[in-house]
Structures are given as C-alpha cells and as structure tokens.
Write a protein that binds this ligand. Sequence first.
Ligand code: HPA
Ligand code: ZN
Length: 339
Amino acid sequence: MPPSEAFIRGIPKAELHLHIEGTLEPEMVFDLARKHALPLRYPSVAALREAYHFDNLQSFLDVYYAGAAVLRDASDFHALTSAYLQRAHADGVVHTEIFFDPQTHTARGVPMEAVIRGIHGALTEGQARLGVTHRLIMCFLRHLSAADAMATLEEALPYKELIAAVGLDSAESGNPPSKFSAVFARARQAGLLTVAHAGEEGPPQYITEALDLLQVRRVDHGVRCEEDDNLVARLARERVPLTVCPLSNVKLRVFARLEDHNLKRLLDRGLCVTVNSDDPAYFGGYVAQNYLEVSRALGLSQVDVTQLACNSIEASLLPDSKKQEWQAKIRAFAARAEA
Ligand code: HPA
Ligand code: ZN
C-alpha cells in the first residue's frame, strides 16, 4: 500500500542528521540581521531564497556559512533551535540528534558557551513542552586543520555533559577521516561517541576510514558505499546505520533526480538506512517532506516507511529500553493504519 501523507507525518520517528545552522530560514536571517544591525547582500527574503541553487557541496557551504553569520548570541541559538523543534514535532519526530558547527561561530568571536547553552537550553525546554528527546553532536569542519579541531574539542570539553558525540562535516573531497584520527581518539577518551559524514561526495574508502580509524557508530550520508560491494556487505552485516538525506542529495547533485536515489536498493540489501533532512531551510523540506518525496519517487510501501522509522530509532543514541518502547509504538501505529 502506498503510504498516505498522514501516515508519513504521523509515524513516530527520530531525526539523526540535522545541522541546526541548516534550519535557519531566510525570515530569521533578516530578523537577526536587523537585531544586530548587520548588512545583508540580498534585498529581500524572496531574493535570498531565490539564491538557493547549488552545483555541489561547496557551492552550498559558501551560502550556508554566510547565512550563519547572523547568529551572534545565546538567544539567537535558542530561537533557532526552538523553531526547528516546533517543525520537527509537527513532522512526527519524537527524538532528534542535532549537529552544530562551533568553529563557524567561535571564528567570529561568538563564545562556545553561548552556542552550546543557547541550543541546549532550547532542547531542554522543547523536551518539557513537546516531549521531543534529544542528543547534541558537535561537528568539526573538515576543511580546517586537525589542530583547529583539537583546540575546539578542548574548548568544548568543559561542556561535555551536554554533548553526546562528535562528528565531521563540511567539504569532504580531499579531507579524509584519517586527517582527524587523533582528534576523534581524544574525543572517545573523554567519553564522547563518534559519527562522521562520509561517502556523500567522497569515495567509499572514506567510509571505511570513518569506521576503522574514527570508530564511528553510524555514517552520515554514506550513499557512495554502493560503489564497493564488500563495503555494502560489511555495512549490512554490522548494521552500521546510514543517515541518508534524499532532498539534500538532489539539491547538491549527488543524484540527478530523486528517482535515481539508491535508498531503496540499500534498504533491500539489508542496510540500516534512515531518512533525514540535513539542512532543511536550504534543501526544500523538513524530515516528513523527505519521507514523502522519496516514498513517491521510489514507490516505497507502508512497510518500507515503517522499516525506515524503526531504523531511525535503532540508529539513535537512545538506550535500548527506549528503543524497544518506540519501536513497539511504531509497529502499533502501522498496524492501526492497516486496519
Ligand atoms: N555535508 C557536509 N557538510 C555539511 C552538510 C553536508 O551535507 N550540511 C551542512 N554541513
Ligand atoms: Zn550533513
């Protein structure tokens, strides 16, 4: 049975690949620019939105880092995170694991504490108000040096109780996971878990490096694993989750069309594939829109969507008891829809 929009929105799900800076909507860019008296290159919200056409990852990152420059104090990060949680809740998200990029902000003189406390305060409030649980994942910008990442890690360690894991994002090609082996070793030693973007634009070998050198729990994107059969077999055997972002992949031209996406093939090969929104303000949709559009483009069934939702919980950093609770709720939701 093809899943209805109500089914897709309503099924409980976790979101695991979401850059909080990527939820900055053009309206908020203008509000914050006004608040801080910052000049903008675009004359209007519509003109800014119109600029969201990208040829590849780098052309997106240039716009994304420019947009993030309006985030200046803890209340900005709080407002950004609260707005995202409201949208995620409306999309059936019951648990979210959020990336943030401290180097984008500390390089502009924003204190680490303002970034972390702003985001974390909104997450705590959101949990009380909406019941959405959360984890925070601090990403290192891989186009910067390993020494810069190490200094950022040390600066964040006083707040490590608020952070569950570290990750790796930004320009992938030419910046392999191996560049950050020592930084991730230090993070693990401090008790943090690890994830990494790999196999979005970079080769399958970067996925293997992320697993073997950074000891990641899951791989962000990972779609280029399909070029290496042995790697696909390993990911299936070890149930290494992939946090796939279908609309992002089309916007950044990893796949020409959504119809060409390999999500269904990877799901059918037994991989723990999940659906996520990446940078929804830039890529044309929050998580339910990603589920909806990829379901239509690839002809996913209600059973497939239920599997994706169960995978999102399995791939999360929640304790096993919570995972079992949510998976039972997901199955009960799907059974009610069948009846
Ligand atoms: N890839 C790499 N870096 C990023 C992304 C992405 O999709 N989104 C935000 N930073
Ligand atoms: Zn990403």
